[in-house]
Design a protein around this ligand. Sequence first.
Ligand code: BF8
Length: 625
Amino acid sequence: MDQEKRNQRSIDPATLVMLEHAEKEGLETAWDRHDKQDPQCGFGLLGVCCRNCNMGPCRIDPFGGEPQRGVCGAGADTIVARNLLRAIAAGAAAHSDHGRDIVEALLHAATGEAPDYRIKDRDKLLVLAAELAIEVAGRSDEEIAADVASAALDEFGMSKGTLAFLNRAPEARRNVWSKFGLTPRGIDREIVEVMHRTHIGVDNDYVNLILHGLRTALSDGWGGSMWATELSDVLFGTPQPVEGVSNLGVLKEDQVNIIVHGHEPTLSEMIVEAARDPELLELARAQGAQGISISGMCCTGNELLMRHGVPVAGNFLQQELAIITGAVEAMIVDVQCIMPSLTGLADCYHTEIISTSPKAKFPGAKHVPFEEKSALKIAKEIVRMAVENYPNRNPDRVFIPREKMEFVAGFSVEAILSALGGSLDPLLEAIKEGAIKGIVGIVGCNNPKITHDYGHIALTEELIKNDVLVVETGCTAIASAKRGLLLPEAAAKAGPGLRSVCEALKIPPVLHMGSCVDISRILVVAAAVANALGVDISDLPLAGAAPEWMSEKAVSIGTYVIGSGIYTVLGTVPPVLGSENVAALLTAGANDVIGAAFAVEGDPLKAASLIMEHINGKRSKLGLP
Ligand code: BF8
């Protein structure tokens, strides 16, 4: 492949070096497989194929010819809406099931069944207890934590009432949810109801379906994801600004390299602790290594860098490249965004793929079941496997790109408040005066349909240039870390207003707020700003964007973000264009219901213009300059 074509695959220098190396080694990556899928299925792209019953599969002719109905009689509106709902349900389930695992970890830590976990943020536990009206006087942290965790567990099945964290949203927003029947009744319940409604012959009204999709997604953002974030903070500590290093150059030529990849901090926190074990460090030295180096990938990487500054090796599309460095002794995986291709690539090297979750097994991987009750012991066993694999590394095949970049991350809501001197007022003032024009959350994945990292970086840089404070999570934040945008010095790239605020507060113009479940932190900030100004979230100069999204989790996120009243621009087209009605509802009609809608724009610079227009519109409605 010539360099010009390769340059269309990524803007990240380490990735480009590795893609060239992969090609020399004859190894296939997601980009190659994406090319082999060309042309992708037109029915699938439009969302007009249905496999929900065995009279099908059916599809609708997008050009108005026959067939226009599936065997059961469902038309394009029903089929497209049902498919979208199932994607929302899968995404909400992934986040919320992750949330449930964290809740259970806290419960077991509190009851002594998971002795290796301790409550690291007592203050946050007490704040949550107060919010949930749980008695604290005269009680131990463990007793309080057990009650908090039980209250959280109840929210998954929820037989009465609504989710506790909905009360964080402004009253006006809660009224919108209530008026249109969008108030989630229980996290699992909404997901189950999606599966029921999308079964053949149940809900055939696309508007009714999409309203339920919004309710399901809201149960993720203000329920499952928010619990995951809040209780991860209680268990592992609330992030505070922390320095670290990013990109594949963090891998060490002379150390045992372990990459933790996936999403749940319960495992990775223990791996970090195990890697400090003197006995294992001694063993590493005995095997000829200078130490044990842990780095993260995807959202596990984000969880670890937010709390410990652990290096992050890369984002979603770099996971295969990490193995192709030939320098990774073990890639430890749990759940979500782990490519099935990894084991095949690992077979070409000495790398062990070690799966740990009963929910996610990978043919060809070694499976070491991770259990909370003996968490540290299992983590040490896994680290030992990696250390003992070091002598199997073939130094002649090691190819680590030099590229790496420093970053500052750890901007939890608490950390932002502390940077602001304890109150939101300086931020509100900056927004009112126009030094900061608005706040935009840029989130989501990589997708070979878009030049890797270009969507994230071009949009981020354009917005900060326009005095927009950018908050990020997930693979977007890793893209910005690699680009140097998470450093206070990056304020030089910002417009004069944002630059002066960043310099005064000594913060970067792009704030890393965590993993994808931590988009709940962005909701909390949005709600707090709206509450402080006495308006709805939809009145604020805010926007969301997912320039390179690909996962079903991103579909749920986008849906709860608009459901929360925040205009959202997508960089890749969701499979809804097969129904003009559904597409119109999502991109326009939704404004009349929830005060926000989606836009789709693949060019990040044009996306930035759309966002600036939206922000300026909201500012003038609020009477701001
Ligand atoms: O949850 S941004 S590719 S890693 S889905 Fe996955 Fe997308 Fe990355 Fe984290 Ni989020």
